[in-house]
Design a protein around this ligand. Structure first.
Ligand SMILES: Nc1ncnc2c1ncn2[C@@H]1O[C@H](COP(=O)(O)OP(=O)(O)OP(=O)(O)O)[C@@H](O)[C@H]1O
Ligand SMILES: [Mg+2]
Length: 247
């Protein structure tokens, strides 16, 4: 059974069809990247998969279960988590407290009775995740005072608190320097060893270097799907997207 089985997924905003009859099978392993020009509908697909938006038509099966139209907190319980295109942290709190709030919130969703008892556990789990992503030394720093690259990493760590089997990353490289990009690339690779990664990214070096499979969206519809090699050689992709990017 595939991880996702998506059939006829459609989302309209008035006259605009942001997701146009998307049918897609997503396998359990590896890194899938979703690419396409600005406004192609990449973030909208993420919003549909995570319950932030309800589709107008279509069906989303996750591990065989119908999750269409479910609320974000229900979808998180199925094992799907995401990061956002624009990082939002609790600016006035430390890195560690950002993590703790995320964990308590997640536990709270699971079982409010655990909330008090979970204080120590939340700290331990926070430190463990900060260690995993490599920013444990920044635990006591104010979130607003750490470099942009570390903020992206913290946001990534926060998306791991629900221990997702599937992690959706929306432009994790946006605004990062080459050195920071390399760091995030290595982190994504590491995270992909134990969970499915679905990546939206405009950085084609990353996408073509890291992906097992690439999906190209154009005007909300699927233009192509294939391995990096197949996508690079695809003429309609080149004229709709890659060619334009290069010029
Ligand atoms: N909540 C909304 N209400 C109205 N229109 C929306 C909404 N969200 C997205 N859209 C529109 O849907 C289309 C797809 O937007 P989406 O954000 O999914 O694109 P994207 O591929 O993520 O683009 P980018 O690369 O710029 O992030 C765009 O035309 C956008 O303006
Ligand atoms: Mg987007």
């Amino acid at each position: 059974m595939n991880l996702f089985s998506i059939q006829g997924l459609t989302k309209r905003f008035d006259a605009l069809v942001a997701t146009n009859d998307v049918s897609l099978e997503i396998e359990r392993e590896g890194i899938l990247s979703i690419i396409g020009p600005n406004g192609a509908g990449k973030t909208t697909v993420f919003n549909l998969l995570t319950g932030l938006l309800k589709p107008d038509a279509g069906k989303i099966l996750y591990k065989g279960e119908d999750i269409t139209g479910k609320k974000p907190y229900q979808i998180i319980r199925h094992g799907i988590a995401r990061s956002f295109q624009v990082v939002s942290l609790f600016e006035e709190m430390t890195v560690l407290d950002n993590m703790r709030v995320g964990i308590q919130r997640n536990l709270g969703l699971m079982n409010r009775m655990f909330l008090e008892a979970s204080n120590k556990a939340a700290t331990e789990k926070s430190l463990e995740l900060l260690e995993l992503v490599g920013i444990a030394p920044l635990a006591d720093h104010g979130a607003s005072h750490i470099p942009h690259g570390d903020r992206k990493v913290l946001d990534l760590a926060m998306s791991l608190v629900s221990e997702p089997d599937t992690l959706l990353l929306d432009e994790p490289m946006a605004g990062l320097s080459p050195v920071e990009r390399l760091r995030i690339t290595n982190l994504i690779r590491k995270l992909s060893e134990t969970r499915k990664i679905i990546l939206v990214e405009h950085d084609m070096d990353l996408v073509f270097g890291i992906s097992d499979s690439i999906l190209v969206l154009h005007h909300g519809a699927i233009l192509a799907r294939g391995t990096p090699r197949e996508i690079a050689a695809n003429e309609s992709v080149q004229s709709a997207y890659l060619g334009k990017e290069a010029s």
